[in-house]
Design a protein. Structure first.
Length: 136
């Protein structure tokens, strides 16, 4: 297995790292685990910096369909930020970003962890709660 999954409840974030050799089922496993662990609305930082062989366009389309099926059960998913360095991997993550947008998902592709972390932080802000007036 070439997947590491780290859950950070304090920041409502998951960091999933995938490296070579790429196995498409590992992308589905991240979504499945997120859904079953009660962290579906957490942000996901998908670290692909050590991946040299990108997923195929069909892998990405199947991933989006897989996530859409999970959305029907669990509701809207949290944002996903991908980070990649290899031009071919970055290109496929940009395609993922564009196809995901058309499917109503929040996905963005980045080349640095800092950019991805900033974007996730912005997209995970919780609405401010208005205090209730004291009961009379």
């Amino acid at each position: 297995m070439s997947l590491r999954y780290v859950r950070d409840d304090a920041h409502r974030r998951i960091k999933a790292t995938i490296w070579d050799p790429f196995v498409p089922d590992e992308l589905y496993a991240v979504s499945d685990h997120q859904a079953t662990a009660g962290t579906w609305r957490y942000g996901v930082l998908l670290d692909l910096r050590d991946l040299t062989q990108p997923p195929t366009a069909d892998d990405i389309r199947r991933l989006i369909e897989h996530v859409r099926a999970l959305i029907h059960v669990h509701g809207r998913r949290g944002p996903v930020a991908t980070v990649s360095l290899q031009p071919a991997v970055y290109g496929i993550t940009r395609m993922y970003e564009m196809l995901a947008e058309g499917a109503g998902l929040e996905v963005a592709a980045f080349k640095t962890i800092n950019e991805a972390e900033s974007w996730l932080s912005e997209h995970l802000r919780l609405p401010l709660m208005t205090p209730r007036p004291p009961a009379s």
